[in-house]
Write a protein that binds this ligand. Structure first.
Ligand SMILES: *Cc1c(COP(=O)(O)O)cnc(C)c1O
Length: 455
């Protein structure tokens, strides 16, 4: 089969985006403001800047500046692993026998193994600019902690990572990557913070959760001099930094003369998806073009498809600002047989609003179908995908097969957020036919919603 389009499109260095795009500026219905849990009033710059460094607190509150310059030092770092390629998945298309065209934007070509480095380097840069000496953060599957460790090594800041205990134990090699870049890694919940001690007292033997690790990292940041907290997803500032993915994708597609019909991303806290779709959602909101924008989440942690749109705590310890979002309740912890990331209880406020306004759709997929898709992708396109990314692959395949059935040649673009080298325990389960699906019952979700705050 001969193919007119190139297999991979790389932008040139001079074509790389010099500014991030702030989708909030084009949203008529802005995401609801963060609330101070103590006062119930919108969180102010003064409050946010105790937790985040000043520039990031400003970006978090900025829903009107459309384009924000990417600092030169960050552009310099981006050069080491960007542009990321936009790949025409012709081998996958051939295996599926579909008339659809499938493209993916591959963000796994750096040591952290995912898109998270795009925001980590920006956040650590602003911390450095402010004269801070250290940052704290949490990590679940480990990609974010690794990205922050790499960024801190580059800008010579200290880095303390609270790693969800179950991952700390299951992914010792992730931990070693972080330590190699100079980070200190503590399993969470730990006894080093008030929040950790409280959670350990209430749930002895808990394997930890992202919400709990966030509480610990925030607590340490606000109680330590020259220290702030950095977060890898959910926040609007993170989606802003990740817009570099969408901007590159948009330009690469323009160069190919291709207009996508469907744009798909996996959704944990929403950062890669929010970044990938940002410029396309902007066109849609401004009435310039129409696209189907699709979030894919695990059936075991279905915040958009089965959650409620309400103010909720972002962390288990209830010390962070409240965010209005689609949520499963801050106490929700996905079943332990759920592999990989995408286990956060809530969703980005920006994406929650877009979903609420029907600008973006969402679906959920089960773990076994995700790994089937991952296997087919690895065998056809060559790259071993992260389980998180494989949610997007899974839905892209479903859409391509729909096209085959209906004889439609749609163009599908999805985000391949990372590689799966540290997820081989999950692949082993799949290969040994031991992978199970656990989908929470309505009763379980209803019980979790009982604990939503009244705001
Ligand atoms: C963290 C991560 C995700 C999910 O996070 P989002 O903020 O929803 O993008 C997806 N894929 C990979 C590889 C990740 O590391």
């Amino acid at each position: 089969m001969s193919n007119a389009t190139p297999y991979k499109v790389y932008l040139t260095e001079s074509e790389l985006p010099k500014q991030w795009y702030n989708l909030r500026a084009d949203m008529k219905n802005k995401p609801a403001p963060l609330l101070n849990p103590a006062t119930g009033k919108p969180a102010t710059f003064a409050e946010l800047s105790r937790v985040f460094c000043d520039e990031l607190a400003r970006q978090e509150l900025d829903d009107s500046t459309k384009f924000i310059d990417i600092p030169q030092e960050v552009l310099d770092f981006y050069k080491m692993y960007r542009p990321s390629p936009l790949v025409h998945a012709e081998f996958l298309e051939r295996a599926l026998g579909t008339p659809a065209k499938i493209y993916y934007k591959f963000e796994g070509n750096n040591t952290s193994g995912s898109h998270k480095l795009n925001s980590a380097i920006a956040q650590v840069y602003y911390a450095k600019q402010q004269g801070l000496k250290r940052v704290t953060t949490e990590t679940g599957a480990g990609q974010w902690g690794t990205a922050v460790a790499m960024a801190c090594a580059f800008f010579k800041l200290q880095c303390h990572v609270f790693m969800v205990k179950v991952s700390y134990e299951q992914k010792p090699f992730r931990r070693e990557v972080m330590r190699t870049y100079g980070a200190t890694v503590t399993p969470s919940p730990s006894t080093t913070t008030e929040a950790g001690r409280r959670i350990l007292a209430e749930f002895p033997g808990t394997s930890g959760s992202l919400g709990c690790a966030i509480s610990e990292a925030v607590e340490e940041a606000v109680n330590t001099s020259d220290c702030r907290y950095v977060l890898g997803s959910v926040l609007s500032q993170v989606l802003l930094h990740q817009s570099v993915i969408g901007l590159e994708t948009q330009l690469a597609l323009q160069k190919l003369g291709v207009k996508p019909d469907i744009i798909i991303g996996c959704a944990g806290g929403g950062s890669n998806l929010g970044g990938l779709i940002a410029p396309f959602a902007g066109e849609k909101l401004r009435g310039e073009a129409d696209y189907q924008l699709l979030a894919v989440e695990p059936a075991s942690c279905p915040s958009l498809t089965r959650g409620v749109y309400a103010y909720d705590y972002c962390d288990t310890g209830k010390i962070c600002p409240l965010q209005k979002m689609y949520t499963l309740g801050s106490g929700f912890i996905p079943s332990p047989n759920h592999a990989g990331g995408l286990r956060y209880h809530g969703m980005s406020a920006v994406l929650s609003q877009l979903y609420h306004d029907r600008v973006m759709d969402a679906v959920s997929v089960t773990q076994s179908e995700v790994f089937e898709a991952a296997e087919l992708f690895a065998r056809t396109e060559g790259t071993l995908p992260a389980p998180e990314s494989s949610h997007a692959i899974c839905q892209a395949i479903k859409e391509a097969l729909k096209c085959k059935k209906n004889g439609e040649a749609k163009t599908i673009v999805f985000g391949l957020t990372g590689t799966g080298y540290f997820d081989l325990a999950a692949y082993q389960k799949y290969n040994d036919n031991e992978m199970t699906d656990y989908i929470p019952t309505d009763a379980e979700l209803a019980a979790s919603f009982q604990n939503l705050p009244n705001f």
